[in-house]
Design a binder for this molecule. Structure first.
Ligand code: AMP
Length: 204
């Protein structure tokens, strides 16, 4: 099963992806995580990506497509879960040329709650686990004990730009995949457990 997770920043894609990876034995491919790894290692891709990510803009398609095709190949081009890709129509078209997508799960969340969710989000520098600051006890990751920090692009000024980019470039993918008959909408307003239960109804 090849799956794409769609949703605005803050919709809970990363949280659900970690659960889905475990339950359905899918290879989780998060372009955001891959870019952040590159930034940490200060590779050429990482340095280029940083200049876009810190402004809340999309990294250029040619760079993004390259890292995705490598990740897909590593996954054997099957049983993967794409999180954060595609983010515009061109990326979706290129993806269609590479592999067959079976289902697209769109996590739907009211716009009004997105900014609070993202600005309050803390992410583990080591394992990528994320949680809202209100659910954390100190700055240690509940999973691995490393430090939970705010991502540089989770600050309010950048979040505004990311949400605008989502509306303009990524939201049209709902129609793109709807027209192909592979889109499923999931209510993302509940707790992570409730949303995961909804996804379970779709995937079995
Ligand atoms: P995310 O962790 O998915 O929120 O991604 C963080 C940032 O990485 C985004 O705001 C973009 O700057 C960049 N990024 C992630 N995925 C993509 C993509 N598919 N295309 C272009 N840029 C991306």
């Amino acid at each position: 099963m090849n799956i794409v997770l769609l949703g605005a920043p803050g919709a809970g894609k990363g949280t659900q992806a970690l659960r889905m990876e475990e339950r359905y034995k899918l290879k989780h491919i998060s372009t955001g995580d891959i870019f952040r790894q590159h930034m940490r290692r200060q590779t050429e891709v990482g340095n280029l990506a940083r200049s876009y990510i810190k402004k809340g803009q999309l990294v250029p398609d040619d760079v993004t497509l390259k890292i995705v095709s490598i990740a897909l190949e590593e996954a054997g081009n099957k049983d993967f879960l794409l999180d954060g890709f595609p983010r515009n129509t061109r990326q979706a078209e290129m993806l269609d040329e590479l592999v067959k997508i079976d289902k697209v799960i769109n996590i739907d969340v009211d716009k009004a709650v997105l900014t609070d969710r993202i600005c309050g989000r803390r992410s583990c520098v080591e394992c990528g686990y994320t949680a809202h600051i209100s659910a954390l006890n100190g700055s240690a990751c509940p999973k691995c004990g490393c430090e939970m920090v705010q991502r540089m692009d989770d600050r309010e000024d950048t979040v505004r730009d990311r949400l605008r980019v989502y509306e303009e470039q990524t939201a049209p993918l709902i129609e793109y995949y709807g027209a192909k008959g592979i889109l499923v909408n999931v209510d993302g307003m509940g707790s992570p457990e409730e949303v995961f239960a909804e996804i379970g109804k779709v995937l079995g």
